[in-house]
Design a protein around this ligand. Structure first.
Ligand code: ADP
Ligand code: MG
Length: 744
C-alpha cells in the first residue's frame, strides 16, 4: 500500500538544518497493525506525518499503491489526505464546543455526504466505539478515553484505508488506553493502522509488527504476529461539502461559543452605531445647509412649500382647493401665496418706527399671543418677532399704543387705512427670524391687488389712445377711493387736453388688465374732475398740502368694487405645504399627476456652497472612519478568533480545503454583522412606531433615507467580508502543520 524508499526528512529553521529521519526504507500493507516505538526525538512523529501527507519529505521516494509522490503539489497532498488518511492525535483534536455526534458528523459533512446518509453512519460508528449514549454530550464533558474513542470514530467515518495514531494513549489511564488499543486492533482487520507509542508492552499483545526508531533511523523492524492481508478494498468516493451544509455549519459556528458570539456582536454593534451616528450627523448638516439657500422671487423658502398652478393656467375651483386641503401629507394650502413672498411694511404716524415683516394671514395664526390680545376687527394686526427686540420686548406697551399705516418699500405711508398692533407673539428661544405680520383677510386682499398690479400690464384706452398705468412719473396711476361711485372714475382736470373740446365729463375710458393668468377690462365714466384746489373736498383726502399736488396728478380714482372686479379673477397660484419635508417628493408626484405645475421651493434655492462642503467632508470622514473601523475591528476580531485557529486547522485536517475554511469564516462574520445591523434597524423601527425613545436613534430616523440604510448595510457586510478574507489569508500563510503546532 505504502512504500518508502530511502526517504529523508529535514527541517530548516533559522539557517540550521535538523534531520527528522534519514534514509528510511519501509513497506506497509492493509491489514497490518504496526507499532512505532523509540525514545523521544527519534523521529516517530515525523515519520507518521510524512506518511500522512502532513509533512513533505526531501529525499527518496514514497509510493502510494506503487505510484510516486515526489512530484505532488499541495493540492495532490490534500487529495491524498482526504482519500487515504484518518488521523488520531494524542490531544484528540476534537471540537470541544460540538457534541459527540457533531464531531463525528463534521468529517462526513466536509466530505459531501448527504444528511440522511450521515446520520446512519454516525450512529453506526458511535455504536462501534460504544459511545451511543453520549451522542448529545458536548465533547468537553467527556473523559480522555471517551474523547479518544470519539476521535477514532471520526477517523473511521471517512472509510480511508489508513489510520495513523500518534501516541493515542499518551494522555489516558491504563484502563482507557487498553480499550482504545483493542478498538484499533479491531479496526486493523481491514485497514492499515500505524500507532506511535512509548509504551510498547501495552500494545504488544495486539500488534502485528514493531518498528523501533533511533536517532532518525529504523533500528529494528520486527514481525510480531501473522495478519490477513487485505487485497481488495473499496476506496471511498468523496465529494466536497455542499452549499446548504456550509451555511448550516456557518450558523452553528456563529452561535456555538456564546462569549465569542457576544464579543463579535459587540464589535459589529460598535461599527454600526458609530457609522450610523457619524452618517446621520452629516445628513443633518446637509439638510440644515440645504435650507440655507435663498430664492430671489419667492422669499418664503420653507422647504415644505410647493408652489402650484394649473397646467392650462385656469383658476382653481373651490372643489379643487377643498380636495387639496384634504389630500394626504398636506399640512395646509395657502391661497394667493404671492403674499407670503411679500414683505409687509408699516410705519407709525411720525415715521419714527418702520416695521418690515413677512406677510401672513391671521387665519394661520396658531395659539395665544404673549402680549396684548387677538384682533377683533379687520385693521388689527399681530406681530411675531424676537423677545429681545426693543419694541416687542420691554417696550411692548408703547408699540401697542401706536397707530400705523401700510407703507411702500421706501417706508412711505398710504394713509387711507390705519392699522393697530394689538397682539405680540414671541419666537421660540433659539429661533431668530424676521418679523411676521399677521393680517386680516381684508388687508390681505388689498395687498393682493397691489401685488397683482405689479405682475400685470394695465392700460387705459381713452379717446382711442392707449396709456400705460404704472409707477412711472408720466404714467397713469390707479387708486381706489370710497367717494367714487361704482362704474365711475374721477380724473384730473389736466386730462382735458385729451378730451374733445377740452370737456372730459361723461366721456368713457376703458381700463384693461393683462397678466399671464387672465385679462379683464372695464368701462368707466368720468363723472368728476379734480384739481389742485378741490381735490381734498372731492376725494376727502386728509392732511392734503397744495404743494404736493403733483403727487396726486395723473391718478385715476376708481370705486373699490370696480377695482376688485378688475383683479379678482380667481386664484391662479397657490402654495401647498407638506406635513413633513420628507413627504415633499410624494406630494410632488401626486400633484404632477393631477394636472398641476409644481415648483418645490427646496429645489429652487440658490446654494451658497456650504452644502458642497458638507458633502465633501462627509465623504472624506466616512471613508477615513470606515478604514479606521476596518483595522480596529480586524485586530479585535483577530484576537477573538485566535481561539478559533484550532477549529480551522481541524476543519482542514478533516478534509475541508482552503476555500471551505474561508467560506465558513465569511458566513460566520456575515451572520454576526447582519444580526448587529438588523437589530439597529429594528430599534429604529420601534422608535418610529414610538415604542422606544432614544435620542440618537431619533436623529438617525429623521435624517436617514432608505438609500442610507442600504449604503450602511453594504459598508458593514463589505467590511465583514474583507475581514474574513484577510484573516483567512493569515490563517493560510502557515501550513497545516504549523497552524496545528501553534494550537498545541
Ligand atoms: P519523536 O516524535 O520521536 O519524539 P520527532 O519526530 O518529533 O520525534 O522529532 C524528530 C527530530 O526532528 C527531533 O530531533 C526534532 O528536534 C526534530 N524536529 C521535529 N519537528 C521539528 C521542527 N518543526 N523543526 C525543527 N526540527 C524538528
Ligand atoms: Mg512525537
Amino acid at each position: 500500500m505504502i512504500k518508502l524508499k530511502n526517504v529523508s526528512k529535514f527541517y530548516y529553521s533559522k539557517g540550521v538544518i535538523a534531520s527528522g529521519f534519514v534514509k528510511v526504507n519501509l513497506e506497509f500493507s492493509l491489514g497490518e497493525f504496526i507499532a512505532i516505538t523509540g525514545e523521544s526525538g527519534s523521529g516517530k512523529s515525523t515519520l507518521l506525518n510524512v506518511i500522512g501527507g502532513l509533512d513533505s519529505y526531501e529525499e527518496g521516494e514514497m509510493y502510494v499503491e506503487s505510484l510516486e509522490t515526489s512530484h505532488y503539489m499541495a493540492k495532490d497532498w490534500e487529495k491524498y489526505r482526504r482519500e487515504y488518511i484518518g488521523n488520531i492525535y494524542q490531544n484528540f483534536n476534537l471540537i470541544n464546543s460540538y457534541t459527540v455526534y457533531q464531531n463525528v458528523e463534521l468529517v462526513l459533512t466536509l466530505n459531501g455526504v448527504k444528511k440522511k446518509d450521515r446520520k446512519a453512519k454516525v450512529l453506526e460508528l458511535l455504536k462501534e466505539v460504544d459511545l451511543l449514549k453520549f451522542k448529545r454530550t458536548k465533547v468537553s464533558k467527556l473523559s480522555g478515553g471517551q474523547k479518544q474513542r470519539v476521535a477514532i470514530a471520526r477517523a473511521l467515518a471517512k472509510d480511508t484505508p489508513i489510520i495513523l495514531a500518534d501516541e493515542p494513549t499518551g494522555n489516558l489511564d491504563k484502563q482507557a488506553a487498553l480499550s482504545v488499543i483493542k478498538l484499533l486492533s479491531k479496526i486493523a482487520k481491514n485497514k492499515l493502522v500505524i500507532i506511535v507509542t512509548h509504551n510498547y508492552e501495552q500494545v504488544e499483545p495486539y500488534v502485528t509488527r514493531k518498528i523501533t526508531m533511533h536517532d532518525g533511523k529504523v533500528l529494528e523492524d520486527k514481525k510480531i504476529k501473522e495478519y490477513q492481508e487485505v487485497t481488495n478494498y473499496q476506496k471511498a468516493s468523496l465529494k466536497s461539502i455542499n452549499f446548504i451544509d456550509k451555511i448550516k455549519l456557518g450558523f452553528r459556528n456563529t452561535f456555538n461559543i456564546v462569549p465569542k458570539f457576544i464579543l463579535l456582536f459587540l464589535v459589529y454593534a460598535f461599527i454600526t452605531v458609530s457609522l450610523m451616528t457619524e452618517y446621520s450627523a452629516f445628513r443633518k448638516e446637509e439638510y440644515e445647509a440645504s435650507k440655507n439657500g435663498y430664492n430671489y422671487i419667492f422669499t418664503n423658502t420653507d422647504d415644505k412649500r410647493i408652489i402650484i398652478n394649473k397646467k392650462d393656467r385656469s383658476s382653481f375651483s373651490d372643489e379643487e382647493i377643498a380636495k387639496l386641503k384634504r389630500q394626504e401629507n398636506v399640512d395646509y394650502v395657502l391661497e394667493n401665496d404671492f403674499l407670503t413672498d411679500q414683505y409687509f411694511n408699516i410705519v407709525n404716524e411720525n415715521r419714527s418706527l418702520w416695521i418690515n415683516g413677512k406677510t401672513s394671514s391671521l387665519e394661520l395664526f396658531k395659539g395665544k399671543v404673549d402680549k396684548g390680545r387677538l384682533p377683533s376687527s379687520s385693521n388689527e394686526i399681530i406681530i411675531m418677532g424676537d423677545k429681545d427686540d426693543y419694541y416687542l420686548g420691554k417696550n411692548y406697551e408703547e408699540l401697542l399704543n401706536m397707530t400705523f399705516y401700510m407703507a411702500d418699500e421706501r417706508g412711505e405711508a398710504n394713509k387711507s387705512d390705519t392699522l393697530k398692533v394689538v397682539g405680540i407673539k414671541y419666537l421660540e428661544e433659539d429661533v431668530h427670524d424676521d418679523y411676521t405680520i399677521y393680517l386680516s383677510k381684508e388687508i390681505l386682499q388689498k395687498l393682493l391687488f397691489e401685488t397683482h398690479k405689479q405682475y400685470s400690464n394695465i392700460t387705459v384706452d381713452f379717446m382711442a389712445k392707449y396709456h400705460q398705468v404704472s409707477d412711472e412719473v408720466n404714467d397713469f396711476k390707479l387708486v381706489t377711493n370710497t367717494k367714487v361711485p361704482k362704474g365711475e372714475v374721477y380724473v384730473s382736470d389736466d386730462l382735458k387736453y385729451l378730451c374733445p373740446k377740452e370737456y372730459c365729463l361723461y366721456c368713457t375710458l376703458n381700463i384693461s388688465v393683462k397678466n399671464i393668468y387672465f385679462t379683464s377690462s372695464k368701462d368707466l365714466t368720468i363723472t368728476k374732475t379734480y384739481n389742485k384746489d378741490n381735490i381734498d373736498k372731492v376725494l376727502d383726502i386728509a392732511n392734503y398740502n397744495k404743494d404736493n399736488f403733483s403727487d396726486y396728478n395723473g391718478i385715476l380714482y376708481v370705486n373699490n368694487d370696480d377695482y376688485r372686479e378688475l383683479f379678482d379673477k380667481g386664484i391662479f397660484q397657490m402654495s401647498v405645504f407638506a406635513d413633513d419635508y420628507k413627504n415633499v417628493p410624494k406630494l410632488l408626484s401626486y400633484l404632477n399627476k393631477h394636472n398641476y405645475r409644481t415648483i418645490s421651493l427646496k429645489d429652487t434655492l440658490v446654494q451658497d456652497g456650504s452644502i458642497q462642503l458638507v458633502k465633501i467632508l462627509k465623504t472624506i470622514i466616512t471613508s477615513v472612519l470606515v478604514i479606521v473601523m476596518f483595522f480596529i475591528s480586524y485586530f479585535v476580531i483577530r484576537i477573538i478568533l485566535k481561539s478559533r485557529n484550532s477549529y480551522f486547522s481541524i476543519i482542514r485536517m478533516l478534509g475541508g480545503n482552503k476555500k471551505v475554511t474561508k467560506e465558513l469564516l465569511i458566513i460566520e462574520l456575515f451572520i454576526v454583522s447582519n444580526i448587529a445591523y438588523f437589530i439597529f434597524v429594528i430599534i429604529a423601527l420601534l422608535q418610529r412606531l414610538s415604542i422606544l425613545n432614544i435620542a440618537f436613534i431619533e436623529t438617525v430616523n429623521r435624517y436617514f433615507l432608505i438609500k442610507d440604510y442600504l449604503i450602511l448595510y453594504l459598508i458593514i457586510t463589505g467590511m465583514s467580508y474583507f475581514i474574513s478574507l484577510r484573516y483567512a489569508k493569515k490563517l493560510f500563510k502557515e501550513s497545516v502543520m504549523s497552524t496545528y503546532r501553534e494550537v498545541e
